[in-house]
Design a protein around this ligand. Structure first.
Ligand SMILES: O=C(O)C(=O)C[C@]1(C(=O)O)C=C[C@@H](O)C=C1
Length: 303
């Protein structure tokens, strides 16, 4: 029987694409959830063994909802990472394909997608109101289901095709090389191909705030020759000006150098929570022979 994989849906999201790359549909049953908390809760409660959520975008930075849920609400290990190229397209209902862009009144999308296209929107649709929804495909589905209002959706080409939208523009993100990191959580993911690297994600709390507290932690990694690929602070949510730090180290947790760095950091009174030690895969396209576009409604495309 195919094992289920929860992902941020509905079908056609960027997360769906990431999930297809890590969990081929020949072997897994991909199960769309309405929100990132729903995906993480499904795994935490044992409803599904695997989940896939976005964690960081090259233009807009962290997906803070994912970080906060991972650390405050659930206890699920990160088990793999995949990086996916993000090409944001602009869609309207086919009934409005002749309408000038400046006459649209509303833009629907996920906050991360809107943030990646801010300058484009300012130039081309300055007067439209932005409505945030749970995912890009959710936006595409809503715009596709009603032709009455002049609404636009931002999202992947596949979402436009799935929900029968007319594509007005492509690659509307404000910077080139737009990519997002996605993580799998839950059960260990079988490694079908050679990972690009291995990482360990940690959540660090300092014992107290004093000059050099964070410096000392970083020095432990330096002494062990461990490269950090990410350092991010998030509020503790308890008191203004107090933080916890997300650290990604390019080493496995079982590596001797990593163990020594951990011992040193804990000896200084820091609390370290292991979020996961996992393989990282680069973003080759999914090897599923069926593309999403072919299975559902045809896409309208002006390019
Ligand atoms: O809405 C989607 O399509 C998602 O998969 C979510 C998400 C995100 O949260 O970062 C994924 C990739 C893009 O950066 C924009 C949106």
């Amino acid at each position: 029987m195919k094992e289920p994989v929860a992902y941020l849906g509905p079908r056609g999201t960027f997360t769906h694409e990431a999930a297809r790359r890590m969990f081929p549909e020949e072997h897994y049953l991909l199960h769309p959830c309405d929100s990132i908390p729903d995906v993480l809760t499904a795994v935490d409660s044992g409803e599904t063994p695997y989940g896939v959520v976005p964690v960081e975008n090259a233009i807009e930075g962290s997906v803070t909802l994912t970080l906060d849920w991972l650390t405050h609400h659930v206890d699920v290990p990160i088990t793999a990472e995949v990086v996916v190229p993000i090409d944001q397209c602009l869609f309207c209902h086919p009934d409005h394909k002749e309408t000038e862009l400046s006459r649209f009144t509303r833009i629907l999308s996920h906050p991360q997608a809107v943030a990646q296209c801010r300058e484009y929107l300012r130039q081309h649709v300055p007067d439209a109101v932005v409505s945030y929804v749970d995912s890009t495909a959710d936006a595409a589905r809503r715009v596709g289901s009603q032709g009455r209002d002049r609404w636009l959706a931002i999202g992947p080409r596949s979402a436009g095709a799935l929900y029968g939208l007319y594509q007005r523009d492509a690659a509307i993100q404000d910077y080139e090389n737009n990519i997002t990191r996605f993580i799998a959580v839950g059960k260990t993911v079988p490694e079908r191909k050679q990972p690009r690297c291995r990482k360990t994600s940690l959540l660090l709390s300092l014992p107290e705030d004093y000059p050099g507290a964070l410096y000392n932690v970083l020095a432990s990694f330096v002494r062990q020759g461990i490269n950090l690929s990410r350092l991010e602070s998030r509020p503790t949510k308890k008191r203004l000006g107090t933080y916890r730090f997300f650290i990604d180290a390019e080493k496995e947790i079982d590596d001797l150098a990593m163990k020594q760095a951990m011992d040193e950091i804990r000896d200084r009174g820091c609390t370290v929570r292991l979020l996961g030690s996992y393989p990282c895969f680069s973003g080759e396209s999914s090897n599923s022979s069926e593309s999403l576009d072919n299975r559902d409604h045809g896409a309208y495309n002006h390019r």
